[in-house]
Write a protein that binds this ligand. Structure first.
Ligand code: PMV
Length: 369
């Protein structure tokens, strides 16, 4: 049976929203995430070709604010950060138009968006995951009439994950804190291709506050965007093997997460990161995104692990290295980074982050008793 994710938002109307004394305003802070099992390749309407698993970050986030106004005749987003030609506008406008097919009152208003990331551009942190999820959470909050101080219901977050997916696949995982899975798999009860689910009672306490030191090797813009990358998987000679590998990796990684097996977690996560880049390099339009510094850092991380340090790496689609380690090793890791890795980072740039609790609502509509 298909779930109607947006039924709960259809009792909002533009008159009700705009009759308030002040301009209606909502705001959310939503984090980015780093996948340990990668989503690379999609089918139909933004559905993943394989299930993926990620850690929601904490310090790498986007804060987005929305103000609603009566429509000027061209409903949708009028301004982003004060500009009517902001580079994100086409992407967010497309998502807004899709949301307006589900939540009709959106066709009767304009919204002004302000949005800011806590992290610099082109550092290897997925700004689409944090930015798209923050925007979606804001739109759904405009469509929510809070009647008391109660927490938002799970159905709100399910809809937010579903809708974020339409803007950027990986964004659907940022709607929840901790570890999340997107894509149907027999290994996770309730998992779905439509939306992400949070892993509950499936993560060993040692991993709940997994740390991520983000080592920025180069901030040059990426030469291959993710939309093109996903589409290249359609004719990729390794596609079938890759989708099977991702399923096996997810199975093994979930076992490691549950049992607290750091060694197995490290081996699988690293294989996933390199598999993503192998696919990129062997695509028809080849993307060679790793830099010499990336490879140096990777080999030093592996050497340190062989010598007993609890550490492993992940990569997104770029040269930045995500160095992952348990909270208890923080002091040792800081020393390792300072002595062995910092020289490969652009201007010594490292962002210390960790597994976080998920999005935070900063401003809601006034209560409506
Ligand atoms: O969400 P998209 O369409 O930008 O795809 C992102 C894919 C990767 O970041 C490379 C991997 C992942 O699962 O996050």
């Amino acid at each position: 049976m298909q779930t109607d994710h947006f039924g709960i938002f259809r009792n909002q109307d533009s008159d009700q929203l705009l009759k308030q004394a002040e301009v209606p305003e909502v705001a959310w802070r939503s984090p980015s995430n780093i996948a340990l099992v990668k989503y690379w390749g999609k089918k139909a309407v933004q559905l993943p070709s394989n299930p993926s698993l990620s850690i929601t970050l904490d310090k790498a986030f986007t804060v987005t604010r929305l103000k609603a106004f009566p429509s000027d005749g061209r409903p949708g987003i009028s301004l982003i950060n004060g500009a009517s030609d902001h580079p994100f506008l086409p992407r967010l406008q497309k998502l807004y138009a899709w949301l307006a097919t589900e939540i009709p009152f959106l066709k009767e208003i304009n919204v002004e968006v302000t949005t800011e990331n806590s992290f610099p551009h082109s550092t290897g942190i997925a700004s689409s995951a944090s930015g798209i999820s923050a925007f979606t959470l804001c739109i759904l909050s405009l469509a929510t009439r809070p009647s008391s101080q109660q927490e938002l219901p799970p159905s709100f977050f399910r809809a937010a994950s579903f809708a974020s997916r339409m803007g950027s696949g990986s964004a659907c995982r940022s709607v929840y804190g901790g570890f999340t899975v997107w894509g149907m798999t027999a290994d996770v009860a309730g998992s779905s291709d439509d939306e992400a689910v949070q892993l509950k009672n499936m993560v060993h306490p040692d991993f709940e506050r997994l740390q991520d030191a983000i080592l920025v090797v180069s901030s040059e813009p990426k030469s291959l965007g993710s939309s093109l990358g996903h589409s290249l998987m359609e004719k990729h000679p390794f596609a079938a093997g890759r989708f099977q590998q991702a399923r096996q990796h997810l199975h093994l990684l979930l076992q490691a997460l549950q049992s607290g097996d750091f060694g197995q977690l490290a081996v699988i996560a690293e294989a996933e990161a390199l598999s993503l880049h192998a696919l990129l390099m062997t695509s028809h339009e080849s993307g060679l995104l790793l830099r010499p510094g990336t490879l140096e850092i990777i080999s030093r991380i592996r050497q340190a692990r062989r010598q007993g340090l609890a550490v492993f790496f992940s990569l997104d689609a770029g040269p930045t290295v995500h160095l992952l380690y348990p909270e208890k090793s923080l002091a040792q890791i800081e020393q390792f980074i300072r002595q062995d890795l910092l020289l490969y980072c652009e201007n010594g740039k490292v962002i210390f982050d960790h597994c976080g609790k998920g999005p935070i609502q900063i401003k809601a509509l006034p209560f409506n008793p």
